[in-house]
Design a protein around this ligand. Sequence first.
Ligand code: AHM
Ligand code: MG
Length: 330
Amino acid sequence: MPIGTTLTKFLLEEQRRYPDSTGNFTSLFSDLVIAGKILSREVNRAGLADILGATGDKNTHGEEVQKLDEFANSAIIRTMEHGGHLSAMASEEMEDIIKVDSKYPKGNYLLLFDPLDGSSNIDVNISVGTIFSIIKCDNGCDVSTKDFLQAGAEQVCAGYILYGSSTMLVYTTGHGVHGFTLDPSVGEFLLSHENIRIPEKGKIYSINEGNSRHWLPGTSMYIEKLKANEKGPSARYVGSLVADFHRNLLKGGIFLYPADKKSKNGKLRLLYEANPLSFIVEQAGGKSTTGDKRILDIVPDELHQRVPLIIGSKLDVEEAESFWKYQEAR
Ligand code: AHM
Ligand code: MG
């Protein structure tokens, strides 16, 4: 489709390619896009508004919650709950699932999201993002936590909104990965990156080197190998997963948040972070693994499960994997 096509038109065209489509998904996705526009506006004016700063509360994981996180969380819930297509939602910021209130109609989709990932970067004006994943529930409307515990391979849609120098929405429904840039003058996401393919090999590696004292042997050996090569990759690490992932998706590269001696499952969350980005990277021709296992094959045990994540260009991820047999100090 021509560059500049609106996301609304793009979604309708996609829907028409499937004659059996009811339009439910398109309508659900359109609500999500509205939430993205609202968050984009708020993130962009965070420096001006009094909304900035930590509330002092801790989230489910014992981390400090910042005000904009809370805003993002409730804005998504408010925007999504009345559309009639969801039965329940799960947010990285909330311990339990959020069932759609009985005053609204319900549908067969479940939404999982990280409302504002990289939130420690908000008050220093560094890019942050929203990550989302949509799955189906077979139980109709009587949903419980276990309906959310599906392998990532079951996702019907995944994406993220990056609040960067411009706001971008990148998503997949299993038919390639497409990127749209928000034109603030018309308030629409316009097609800017159709059918994104991640280079097979990249020139960037992204890992928090500050954790190197906790690394397992395989991680240290792999990073040493990258550094020993004179023509080896450059390091780039923003500390906002969406920003690090997006850069590597477009330019090629590898992002690692591995298990280490301190965090035996890494830091990132399977359902809100690893699964959606893994669906995207695979659709773009890349790879995603824990080091020993494809991320999308993992059947979760719990909602807020953490998982080691190695994700990016196919050949780079495969090279990293070849070092994971040395991790045994676990
Ligand atoms: P958050 O969900 O609390 O914002 O944490 C996730 C973030 C990711 O965006 C980023 O990749 C990672 O934490 C960085 O962690 P670290 O500061 O340990 O390198
Ligand atoms: Mg997060």
